[in-house]
Design a protein around this ligand. Structure first.
Ligand SMILES: Nc1ncnc2c1ncn2[C@@H]1O[C@H](COP(=O)(O)OP(=O)(O)O)[C@@H](O)[C@H]1O
Ligand SMILES: [Mg+2]
Length: 263
């Protein structure tokens, strides 16, 4: 772990509402208090529409809370910043730029491009895209495009990596590969990682800590520390017991029809 005690996110009394066309409002998050501590791998899981993406976008600084504050290492988050890397479910690559150019584009909005461009090949290698530097996004598989998005978020050595269902659109096989790849990168670089997923197995396989959110307005229903050794075995009795436990919590947090969504 290279980042000694950096990347601590503190969420204090955060409330976020969205105005509705009818003049009302949706309370997405109500009075959330939580700390994401340095170097952890946190999986956020909860019913669809409960506010997981909202929480991630607040940490990213893309939106601001109505009440409460979010701090990174003691400093209030008021806007996006390069020390917080973000990857969404759908790769957001520029179609007219190559893999190399897309990744290079992430470099602190190009201000430090000249000094830091030597590091780009290292990140291309880290995500396993060597040989595809000159490819365009349409020439990549979904998994490769997500690798490029990941590299673009990593080029700035973020203290915090925010992943919003980054593997949700991938087939099961690619997804399991990417889970291992992301874990390898996290183990190597040690940034605090917050990953939204609706896949319980993915959460247990990857996280050091699983945060289960309740239906909207979201509150934190349960925090589960996962101490199983790695690589984790999906058919291990401890794994299966944790799966059953989380599904049970989610059953109370959401509604029954939604159970299918987590499997
Ligand atoms: N920009 C927005 N405008 C209006 N409502 C929003 C906006 N973003 C999110 N919401 C609402 O806030 C709630 C939480 O959304 P979201 O955080 O996307 O949930 P999740 O990621 O857990 O599925 C939902 O009811 C959603 O419709
Ligand atoms: Mg979402």
């Amino acid at each position: 772990m290279e980042m000694a005690n950096e990347g601590n996110i503190s969420i204090q009394r955060v409330r976020k509402t969205f105005p509705q066309p009818d003049g009302g409002e949706v309370v997405a998050l109500n009075n959330i208090d939580f700390d994401f501590t340095s170097g952890k791998f946190i999986s956020l899981i909860g019913p669809s529409g409960c506010g997981k993406s909202t929480l991630l976008r607040l940490i990213a600084g893309l939106i601001l809370p109505n009440n409460g504050i979010i701090e990174l290492d003691g400093e209030k988050i008021t806007s996006p910043g390069y020390e917080r890397g973000l990857v969404f479910q759908d790769p957001t690559l520029f179609p007219w730029k190559t893999v190399y150019e897309n990744i290079a584009f992430g470099l602190r909005a190009r201000k430090v491009y000249r000094e830091e461009k030597e590091s780009i090949p290292e990140f291309i290698k880290l995500v396993g895209l060597e040989g595809f530097e000159k490819s365009y996004p349409h020439q990549l598989s979904g998994g490769m495009a997500q690798r490029a998005s990941l590299a673009r978020a990593l080029v700035n050595n973020p203290k915090v990596l925010l992943l919003d269902e980054p593997l949700g659109a991938l087939d099961a096989f690619t997804r399991m590969n990417m889970q291992d790849e992301i874990l390898k990168i996290w183990e190597k670089r040690g940034m605090t990682t917050v990953m939204v997923t609706h896949d319980v197995d993915e959460a247990i396989y990857m996280a050091t800590q699983i945060v289960v959110m309740s239906a909207r307005p979201a509150k934190i229903e349960k925090v589960i520390n996962v101490e199983m050794s790695r690589p984790r075995q999906r058919d291990d009795p401890e794994f299966l017991a944790m799966r059953a436990k989380i599904l049970k919590i989610l059953h109370f947090a959401g509604n029954r029809e939604e159970l299918q969504y987590y499997l």
